[in-house]
Ligand binder design. Structure first.
Ligand SMILES: C[S@@+](CC[C@H](N)C(=O)[O-])C[C@H]1O[C@@H](n2cnc3c(N)ncnc32)[C@H](O)[C@@H]1O
Length: 233
């Protein structure tokens, strides 16, 4: 088996896994990932405007965004999104423009639609992380930022050995334990105008990081009454 195949997580495994997680997700992963989510929202709001949250899940971070920003959410899991829709209705989150079932690797939005693309605990759960990041770069406006909270695998030592050992079980749960920092750096290096702007360790135990990428260029002017982003089809 090649490294590529061994590294693979297929969409069926992921959708099945998150259909099982949906009823208990907030209980299990609410508090443990809270600091990372807050750091991502703070980073996104420094830019503000139209914010796309990919892998929005149960919409757990949606109430944290300022009402001044317009939030668009997508996720591959209908049961997770159902929870997000309930949350939006219950909390009357009028700044949430829409929640769509959509594959992060094939976003149905035009090029340069968003000021910020946020993905918390998502990039290492998708089958093709680099292709997914390419989509984020495509829909991002020049001057915008991609804000991730994502796993960064250990390069050496006991943690690396444990991550390798746990990897097959983790895949069945819908995520990867091994994902090197070099993969993020290599990806950014392959996209014209994309720069790594920040890497900040996040709990639990620094296994995750807040990662910001900046797309160089001048953002288009924001006009009053400008039509909001529309998803195709
Ligand atoms: C670990 S959860 C993170 C949820 C949320 N962002 C949070 O902070 O708790 C990963 C989410 O990514 C979604 N996901 C996985 N693969 C996806 C894909 N290819 N396209 C869109 N969403 C995906 C899952 O359905 C799940 O809701």
């Amino acid at each position: 088996m090649t490294d590529l195949l061994r590294d693979n997580l297929d969409k069926e495994t992921i959708t099945k896994a998150y259909a099982r997680w949906a009823p208990v997700y907030d209980l299990v992963f609410g508090a443990v990932f809270e600091r990372g989510r807050q750091a991502a929202v703070e980073a996104a709001e420094r830019i503000g405007g139209c914010i796309l949250e990919v892998g929005v899940g149960t919409g757990i971070s949606l109430p944290d965004y300022s009402r001044a920003n317009r939030i668009y959410g997508v996720d591959i899991s209908e049961p997770m999104l159902l929870k997000a829709r309930e949350r939006v209705a219950e909390l009357d989150l009028t700044n949430v423009e829409g929640l769509w079932v959509m594959d992060a690797e094939h976003l149905a939005f035009p090029d340069e639609s968003f000021d910020v693309v946020v993905a918390q605990y998502v990039v290492t759960t998708v089958p093709n992380p680099e292709a997914t990041l390419d989509e984020f770069a495509r829909v991002l406006k020049p001057g915008g930022e991609i804000v991730l909270v994502s796993r960064v695998g250990a390069e050496t030592g006991l943690r690396r050995a444990l991550e390798k050992w746990f990897a097959p079980a983790a895949r069945k749960l819908g995520w990867r334990t091994e994902f090197s920092w070099q993969r993020y750096v290599r990806w950014a290096g392959g996209i014209e105008g994309m720069r790594v702007a920040e890497r900040r360790a996040m709990p639990p135990l620094g296994h995750f990081a807040l990662i910001r990428f900046t797309k160089l260029g001048v953002p288009p002017p924001r006009r009053v009454g400008q039509p909001l982003v529309r998803a195709a089809g």
